[in-house]
Design a protein around this ligand. Structure first.
Ligand code: FAD
Length: 387
């Protein structure tokens, strides 16, 4: 299986096909399982180009892997070469409002370095300790501060990718590329836009008992220019996090006008919302969804529907994304139908991967297929994902 060819490209230390390694790389943070042929840790663009050329010649599939935190099976190999990007994690260039990085850099590592200059990359998924810039671009990830900054695509100047024939291409139309989940090109470098770290942060936490009460708070909060994030925990999630069994609406501001101002207290609420999914998953609800419903009134109707299902949910209500969590094996047909009947989208931020393939609208599939063909006509990049 071309092992000696791969070894001559990346070196013995950067190749592994032992059963335990294959097991580790057979999955991501979703429930899907696959089977890697071999795991490779490239260190240079040239190595990736050579790997792609061998894959193309032999019609082998390549699944690129960042932090493996994806929730839809995008990094799950299907008899694929797994390209682990963790050794391509360097900072290549920097000026005060942008930075050129390799795609395998972990978000928190990047932000730790940037914080010394009073800067940061402001798109922050709750998986920030592990997820990589390449994975975030590929899923067009968003996160808690999306109400102010939007999603990853808003913070990319340009990308360098290796296409399906092994050529390096500069991508300026980042809007089109973001969200292609490793099916169009292997991102090797990205120039990112940066923001100043907020000088002051404060928070308010509003508690209430009925889904419909949220409308007392959200319209006014959303109008505040210094709103950084607006996050919701439902009563079940709150109780799992050892809070009162009520709704908690957490508003974060870039000023000191909120009632919570002590850094320790802010940190406490921040880590509570970050840890919501791991806590819920640990209690048996390990299937997480990410519907997006932009209309506030319809979102309240949807929350009532979720109350009826008796499942925990939380999310970024500032941008209309909720995360209802279910037990594995739950039939979600009625759930997806309800999202669609409310004019929502079945995926707001996690992507499509394997999990949402059958919900990909035909028009989107056709567009992506055309785009993929222009980069990867031989279909060797993350075959079978999204389309
Ligand atoms: C606890 C938890 C909390 C989360 N919270 C959020 C959240 O708040 N917001 C949010 O949007 N998501 C969230 N996610 C989902 C996930 O973290 C994001 O989608 C993240 O962007 C994935 O990054 P990754 O590096 O782990 O990618 P991976 O899981 O490794 O890969 C994801 C996809 O990107 C592709 N890919 C990875 N690197 C490259 C590359 N260099 N070139 C081409 N393709 C590549 C893979 O092939 C795959 O299709 C969460 C996940 C968990 C487990």
């Amino acid at each position: 299986m071309h092992l000696s060819e791969f070894e001559s490209i990346v070196g013995k230390e950067n190749l592994n096909y032992f059963p335990n390694t294959k097991l580790v790389y057979s999955s991501d943070a979703s429930m899907y399982k696959g089977n890697p042929l071999v795991v490779l840790w490239p260190e240079t663009i040239e190595q990736i180009q050579k790997i792609v050329m061998i894959a193309k010649k032999n019609f082998l599939d390549i699944t690129t892997r960042g932090g493996g935190t994806g929730l839809v099976g995008g990094a799950v190999p299907k008899r694929s070469i797994v390209l682990n990007m963790s050794k391509m994690n360097k900072i290549l260039d920097f000026d005060n409002d942008s930075i050129l990085v390799e795609a395998g850099i972990v978000l928190d590592d990047l932000n730790m370095i940037l914080s010394q200059k009073g800067l940061y990359f402001p798109i922050i998924p709750s998986s920030h300790e592990v997820c990589t810039i390449g994975g975030m671009i590929s899923c067009n990830a968003s996160g808690k501060r999306a109400v102010k900054y939007g999603s990853t695509k808003n913070y990319i100047n340009y990308l360098e990718v290796v296409d399906g024939s092994g050529a390096v291409r500069k991508v300026n139309d980042v809007e089109k590329f973001c969200g292609t989940e490793g099916t169009v090109g292997i991102i090797v470098n990205a120039e990112l836009k940066l923001e100043m770290l907020p000088k002051k942060i404060s928070m308010d936490v509003f508690k209430f008992d009925r889904a419909t009460d949220m409308s007392i708070y959200t319209p006014e909060l959303k109008e505040k220019p210094q709103l950084l994030s607006l996050e919701l925990l439902d009563p079940k999630t709150s109780s799992m996090l050892n809070l009162e069994e009520r709704y908690h609406l957490i508003a974060e501001y870039e000023n000191s006008l909120g009632e919570i101002r002590e850094p320790e207290e802010i940190e406490k609420w921040d880590s509570l919302r970050d840890s919501a999914y791991s806590k819920i998953a640990g209690l048996g609800y390990s299937l997480i969804e990410d519907p997006e419903i932009l209309d506030d009134e319809k979102l309240a109707v949807f929350m009532k529907y979720l109350e009826g299902l008796n499942v925990p949910f939380f999310g970024h209500v500032g941008i209309g994304i909720l995360h209802p969590c279910f037990k594995q094996g739950t039939d979600l047909a009625d759930f997806f139908k309800t999202v669609e009947s409310l004019g929502g989208s079945v995926t707001g931020e996690h992507g499509i991967g394997l999990a949402k393939k059958k919900y990909t609208p035909k028009i989107m599939r056709d567009k992506l297929l055309l785009y993929k063909k222009s980069f990867d006509p031989s279909n060797i990049l993350n075959r079978g994902k999204i389309i």
